[in-house]
Design a protein around this ligand. Structure first.
Ligand SMILES: Nc1ncnc2c1ncn2[C@@H]1O[C@H](COP(=O)(O)OP(=O)(O)OP(=O)(O)O)[C@@H](O)[C@H]1O
Length: 256
């Protein structure tokens, strides 16, 4: 274990590249995510955002370079080990168990965490603690009234909230959210952004987000990924005023 100092980035990519056969999808990425910051990755379709998340969360190993979580190298570890090291990810496509209740979905996450670390299930007190922790996450994501509903019966935005809840059950300090407001109305988007702000208080957030209003309202810094390279990393204000970024991305997509 490395010594963690206040200078240690929560997440650090050093010269990270990824190729699929002859295709260089990510090339020499350097990125430091500070502890406690909320950071967005934006970029046009096909820029490599999902691949970046897949590398960080362990779905793929980088072709070269190093990825560190709180100072410890995680590049090439399995998703399971990276999760245990303190990083949780939600997916672009919802990843919940539709035929289980909302409470049961969340409880699986809490149980998985405790089974590994404490073997809590042998006692009634342990089970109570699991249920209490599940109820706590349920409240934090605002789904108390839906606790006994089948996850498959939730509205789309409720399902996204449940999925954010699943990342919280792991107790991870670093949360990756992949387009958490995709497909939502303006009103749902604003609510989701507020929820994300609330539940990531004191944690580090890295998110892929296309909606610039969400980026502005939520994020401390933004990185712009274009053709597998980071074009710029800066505050949302400076990024939206950056001419190179406007030409490469915001101009095309139309900043909101
Ligand atoms: N497993 C793979 N094998 C080969 N090529 C891949 C693979 N995964 C991704 N790619 C290619 O890598 C490039 C980047 O894809 P990626 O999905 O990471 O982009 P993205 O920025 O997330 O795009 P979007 O916003 O459309 O989701 C694309 O050209 C894609 O075809």
């Amino acid at each position: 274990m490395n010594e963690i100092t206040s200078q240690t980035p929560a997440l650090q990519l050093s010269d990270v590249s990824k190729s699929f056969g002859p295709i260089d999808v990510l090339q020499g990425l350097n990125l430091d995510i500070r502890p406690g910051e909320r950071h967005a990755v934006i970029g046009p379709n096909g820029a490599g955002k999902s691949t970046l998340f897949n590398l960080i969360s362990g779905m793929f190993a980088p072709s070269s370079g190093d990825i560190r979580l709180e100072g410890n190298s995680i590049g090439g570890l399995s998703p399971h080990l990276i999760n245990r090291a303190g990083l949780a990810r939600s997916f672009q496509i919802t990843n919940i168990f539709h035929r289980m209740t909302v409470f049961e979905n969340l409880r699986i996450g809490v149980m998985a965490r405790h089974q590994v670390r404490y073997g809590l299930f042998r006692s009634a007190a342990g089970m109570r603690r699991v249920n209490d922790e599940t109820a706590d996450v349920l409240n934090r994501v605002g789904l108390e009234a839906r606790a006994q509903s089948m996850a498959g019966d939730l509205t789309y935005s409720e399902q996204r909230a449940l999925e954010i809840g699943m990342t919280l059950t792991t107790g991870a300090d670093v949360i990756l959210l992949d387009e958490p407001t995709a497909g939502m109305s303006r009103e749902e988007t604003a609510k989701a952004a507020e929820l994300i702000r609330k539940v990531t208080e004191g944690k580090t957030l890295l998110m892929v987000e296309h909606d610039m209003s969400v980026v502005f309202s939520l994020c401390d810094r933004v990185s712009v990924l274009v053709y597998g390279r980071i074009l710029a990393t800066d505050t949302p204000e400076r990024i939206s005023a950056n001419r190179e970024v406007q030409e490469a991305y915001l101009g095309q997509e139309g900043a909101q």
